[in-house]
Design a protein. Structure first.
Length: 85
């Protein structure tokens, strides 16, 4: 199932189709879309995951991607397609 990522890169709003089959998370997807090598970041993230709590890992991720030029990275809300709505 594909989802849509809404993100802002260097003050430009963008969208991107995303699937967990191709990427581990939305940060990897946007970095790939913008042709940014995050291999060093991924190594550090793995080290942090081994020793720190999830909040510290998320904080590191948010700060790193801000330095790269991203000011917003989020999944677009799912649309309800229920019967009778």
């Amino acid at each position: 199932m594909t989802r849509t990522i809404l993100y802002t890169f260097k003050n430009e709003d963008k969208t991107l189709l995303f699937s967990y089959e191709r990427y581990r998370n939305i940060h990897e997807a946007v970095a790939d879309a913008e042709k940014i090598d995050i291999s060093g970041y991924l190594k550090m993230e793995a080290q942090l995951e081994a020793i720190a709590d999830a909040k510290a890992v998320k904080n590191y991720c948010d700060n790193h991607f801000k330095k790269l030029g991203f000011s917003r990275i989020t999944l677009k809300a799912k649309e309800n397609k229920g019967i009778g709505k």
